[in-house]
Design a protein. Structure first.
Length: 475
C-alpha cells in the first residue's frame, strides 16, 4: 500500500525552458498534455490574433463564446479570420497571453509552474519532442502547492461536496471518503422510507442515463443534473435501509416490517440515537482535524487547536460527564473533569500564544476558550435534526396516508379521490423531504464536520489545457 494513500497528489515546482523560436511549440505541447498549472497571472493579450478575433465577433456576434483550440503549426491570423475560425483565434489568443508572461534569458524563454510529480517523466518526454525541457525547482518553505485530490473508488463521485466547500490544503488528508459516507448516512436517516428511497434510486439511475447514447430526447433535459446521480442512488439505498428499520414504506402503510423502531412511536429514543451518531461523526472529524493540523503546522498546532487534541479533549470530557451522570459513576465524573480541564488548559495556551501576554490578550484568550467550549455542545446538539427531520418525514407520510384512508370508503368516487390524494401527497412529500434532507445533511457536513477537518482553504490544481488539432478546416 502506498504510504501517501489518502493524500493529495504530490506536486513539483518546475521551470519550462525553450529556445525563443520553440516557445510556441513548447506551449502547444503543454496545452496538449494538460498537466501544468502556471504560476502568476496572465496579462492582457496583444497582437494580430486578438484584433482578428475582435473583428469577427463585431461583424458576426457569436451565440456563445468559442471554445479555444490550438493548431499544431502556426497559421496567419488573417487566414483564420477569413475562414471564420473563432476557436483557433481564441486558442491563439490564450497562447499569446501565456507566452507574454515568459521570462527571457539570453535566447531562451522560461515559464514556471506546478506539475503532479507522477507526470514529470511524461511531461519531459513530451517537451523533448518540441525542443524544450523541464527542470524541477526547490519549493519555497512558505509556498503551498495547489491541491489535486486523487480520490479512488465510488467516493470520487462525491467530489462536488468538497469542491463546493473549498479546496483542502496541500498537506491535508483527502476528506472525500469521509464526506461521502457521512452525507449519505445522514441523508438516509432523515429520509428513511423504503418506497421513497427506491423512487430516489430510480431517479438517480435515470439521471445517470441522461447523457448516454440512445438515452433519447426525454433524458437530454436532465443532462445538467447528471453529476447528482451518485447522491440520489446512494442516498436512496441508505434511505431504503432506514425505511426498513423504521417500518416506513410510503409512510406507515404496513408494507415494510419495523426492524427497529417506529419514529413517531419512539421519538425520544430516535433523538438519543441521533446525538450518538453526531458524537461518532464529530469524533471522526476531530481525528481528521488533528492529523491535518499536525501535517500543516506541526505538533504544537495539533495539540492546541480547537479542531485538534485540545478540542477533542473538551468534547470527550463532555461525553464522559454525560455517561457518568447517566450511570451514576463517580469515577467517570472525575475523569470527565480531568479530561475537560486538560482540554481547556490546552485551548487557553494556544489562544494566549496567538494573542500575546497583555491583560487584554488574556481576556481575549478566555473569551475564545469559552466560545470554543460552547461550540462543542452546540455542534453536538445540531445533530438532533437527524431525528427531527426523520420524524417530520414520517409525520408527512402519516398525514397523506390518513387522508387517503378517510376517503377510501366513499364508494368509487372516494376510492378515486383517495388514490389521487395518495399519489399527489406522496409526490409532494417526496420532493419536499428530499430537498430538506439534502440541505440539512449538507449543512451538518459543512458547519459541524468540515469546520474541524479544514483550517483555511488551499488552492485547487487547474492545469492549462487547450485541445490541439493537426490542421484546420473551414467551418
Amino acid at each position: 500500500m502506498s504510504p501517501d494513500l489518502g493524500l493529495p497528489a504530490a506536486m513539483s515546482r518546475v521551470a519550462l525552458i525553450a529556445p525563443l523560436p520553440r516557445l510556441r511549440a513548447m506551449l502547444v505541447a503543454v496545452a496538449r498534455s494538460g498537466v501544468v498549472q502556471f504560476i502568476g497571472p496572465q496579462v492582457a493579450a496583444q497582437g494580430e490574433a486578438v484584433e482578428a478575433l475582435r473583428r469577427l465577433e463585431r461583424d458576426r456576434p457569436p451565440a456563445e463564446a468559442a471554445s479555444p483550440m490550438l493548431l499544431e503549426t502556426a497559421r496567419e491570423p488573417a487566414e483564420m479570420e477569413r475562414e471564420g475560425r473563432r476557436d483557433l483565434l481564441a486558442g491563439e489568443v490564450e497562447l499569446t497571453r501565456r507566452a507574454q508572461t515568459a521570462t527571457h534569458h539570453g535566447g531562451f524563454a522560461v515559464l514556471v509552474g506546478w506539475v503532479p510529480t507522477a507526470e514529470l517523466t511524461g511531461l519531459a518526454e513530451t517537451l523533448a519532442t518540441a525542443g524544450a525541457a523541464v527542470v524541477e525547482l526547490p519549493r519555497p518553505t512558505l509556498v503551498q502547492p495547489p491541491t489535486l485530490l486523487r480520490t479512488r473508488g465510488p467516493a470520487r463521485w462525491f467530489a462536488p461536496l468538497i469542491a463546493t466547500y473549498g479546496a483542502p490544503r496541500y498537506a491535508d488528508v483527502d476528506p472525500t471518503p469521509f464526506a461521502a459516507l457521512s452525507f449519505v448516512f445522514m441523508f438516509g436517516m432523515m429520509f428513511g422510507d423504503l418506497g421513497h428511497g427506491l423512487l430516489l434510486v430510480a431517479l438517480g439511475l435515470a439521471l445517470r442515463r441522461a447523457t448516454r447514447p440512445g438515452g433519447g430526447a426525454r433524458w437530454a433535459r436532465l443532462a445538467g443534473m447528471r453529476p447528482l446521480w451518485p447522491f440520489a442512488v446512494a442516498g436512496g439505498v441508505v434511505a431504503s435501509l432506514f425505511g426498513l428499520l423504521y417500518g416506513e414504506a410510503f409512510g406507515p402503510t404496513g408494507i415494510a416490517p419495523t426492524l427497529w423502531i417506529a419514529p413517531l412511536d419512539h421519538p425520544t429514543e430516535l433523538l438519543g440515537v441521533a446525538v450518538g451518531v453526531g458524537a461518532l461523526l464529530l469524533a471522526a472529524s476531530y481525528a481528521l482535524g488533528t492529523i491535518n493540523r499536525l501535517k500543516e503546522s506541526g505538533p504544537a498546532a495539533a495539540l492546541h487547536a480547537p479542531s485538534g487534541i485540545a478540542g477533542f479533549a473538551v468534547f470527550a470530557g463532555g461525553g464522559l460527564l454525560a455517561l457518568g451522570l447517566y450511570l451514576g459513576a463517580t469515577a467517570l465524573l472525575i475523569a470527565a473533569g480531568a479530561v475537560t480541564g486538560t482540554g481547556i488548559a490546552l485551548l487557553f495556551g494556544g489562544f494566549a500564544a496567538e494573542a500575546g501576554h497583555s491583560g487584554s490578550a488574556i481576556a481575549q484568550a478566555l473569551i475564545e476558550v469559552l466560545d470554543a467550549v460552547i461550540r462543542v455542545g452546540a455542534n453536538l446538539i445540531s445533530f438532533t435534526r437527524l431525528a427531527a427531520f426523520g420524524l417530520m418525514h414520517a409525520a408527512l407520510g402519516l398525514v397523506v396516508l390518513d387522508g387517503a384512508r378517510s376517503l377510501w370508503h366513499g364508494g368509487p368516487a372516494g376510492i378515486a379521490a383517495a388514490a389521487i390524494l395518495f399519489l399527489l401527497g406522496t409526490a409532494a412529500a417526496f420532493a419536499l423531504e428530499a430537498l430538506v434532507a439534502g440541505v440539512q445533511a449538507m449543512r451538518l457536513e459543512y458547519y459541524e464536520l468540515f469546520s474541524r477537518v479544514f483550517a483555511g482553504e488551499g488552492e485547487s490544481f487547474f492545469p492549462w489545457r487547450i485541445p490541439v488539432t493537426g490542421r484546420a478546416s473551414p467551418t
